[in-house]
Ligand binder design. Structure first.
Ligand SMILES: [Zn+2]
Ligand SMILES: [Zn+2]
Length: 359
């Protein structure tokens, strides 16, 4: 039995297909036979070298992983054949944050990230160093959906959780609150649904995107109103339109799933005094944006960055998906050999919903 993997041998170049021995479970860990691996924008940045040597050459990318336990440390609470998803952002495994399931906030800043710093899911088998990073997939959740939960869904969930206290506080005093989500792609569609579940009843969820098609998809999953930010829409027009839709306060919270300087600066003009602005997307890699300092202070804005989420949050959102309260985006299946081409399609904006590798 061999293990086929797609390895990153040079930044910006197609992956190399390799055949290797199937690994065995390390002490305290497991080997998962991959069923599905999601193709993510972060894979694209990593493969192109945007994150530099943080993504080492020869690594197997693919951090959105669902599969079945193939081999596992006998002391673990998992058995061969269990359906699992891999929580990919491991830490040192020893500090108090790692212990409570918050390894992205590891106190030692250790990053054992599957499919980023270490071999990931564009392979038949994935080594999981610590079984605490495995989460069982409920029977009612399809495996191609499950692979998306630890990345795009978890990030969207954590982001909505981040704005909840601010929005709750506004909602105590005003019955006309709106939150604004920028980017109605994979993350945005999860975000709209989580916002509808987690935010106080009556808070309006508004989406902005450059694509009418994506905005239509956002409406389908419960977004209340949309703003089309076409190339011809200048800042003044966009701000006026947002004020019209969000109401006099402006947006009490904004989530920027695009996070380019242009969207950042635009949102700063639309946020309510005392509002919160969560930055999520990676489109602005290395790009600085200007914060208007005086208005920032006077308007009591909060800016916060969000990356991924915790293991307890992953379990919470998985329960919501299992109960059918939140639906996955449309998913397309692709063979492992095509993964690099799929990524180029993603770069060109041609992927609808989420593309996943099917094994
Ligand atoms: Zn991802
Ligand atoms: Zn740690």
């Amino acid at each position: 039995m061999a293990r086929r993997s797609m390895r990153l041998v040079e930044y910006g170049k197609p992956f190399q297909l390799t055949n290797e021995e199937v690994p065995t479970a390390p002490k305290g860990g497991a080997v998962v036979k991959t069923d599905y691996a999601g193709v993510c924008h972060s894979d694209l940045h990593g493969a192109d070298g945007d994150f530099g040597p943080f993504i080492p050459l020869q690594v197997i990318l693919g951090h959105e992983i669902a599969g079945t336990v193939h081999d596992v440390d006998p002391s673990a609470d998992f058995k061969v054949g269990d359906r699992v998803m891999v929580y990919w952002t491991g830490g040192c495994g020893e500090c108090k944050r790692c212990e409570v399931g918050q390894p992205p906030a590891c106190l030692k800043n250790v990053k054992h990230w599957a499919g980023i710093t270490e071999d990931g899911g564009f392979s038949d088998y994935v080594i999981v160093p610590d079984v605490r990073l495995l989460v069982k997939v409920p029977d009612t959740v399809a495996m191609d959906t499950a692979c998306l939960l630890p990345c795009s869904a978890l990030t969207a969930y954590n982001t909505v959780c981040t704005i909840v206290p601010t929005v709750q506080d506004f909602a105590k005093y005003s019955d006309d609150c709106a939150v604004l989500l920028v980017g109605a792609g994979g993350l945005g569609l999860w975000g709209v649904q989580f916002a509808k579940v987690l935010l106080p009843v009556g808070v309006r969820v508004i989406c902005a995107d450059i694509s009418e098609e994506k905005l239509a998809a956002a409406k389908e999953v419960g977004c209340d109103e949309v703003l089309l930010w076409g190339k011809d829409v200048d800042d003044d027009t966009a701000v006026a339109a947002a004020k019209e839709v969000c109401g006099d306060l402006g947006a009490v919270a904004a989530i920027d799933f695009v996070n380019a300087p242009s969207t950042f600066e635009r949102l700063q003009k639309m946020i309510a005094e005392g509002g919160i602005h969560a930055l999520v997307g990676f489109f602005g890699v290395d790009a600085p944006a200007a914060v208007p300092l005086m208005p920032f202070v006077v308007n009591r804005h909060t800016i916060t960055g969000v990356i991924i989420g915790s293991l307890p949050q992953l379990r919470e959102l998985t329960a919501l998906v299992a109960q059918g309260k939140v639906k996955p985006p449309p998913i397309s299946h692709h063979p492992l050999e095509d993964v690099y081409d799929v990524m180029q399609g993603l770069k060109a904006g041609k992927v609808k919903g989420r593309a996943v590798v099917k094994f």
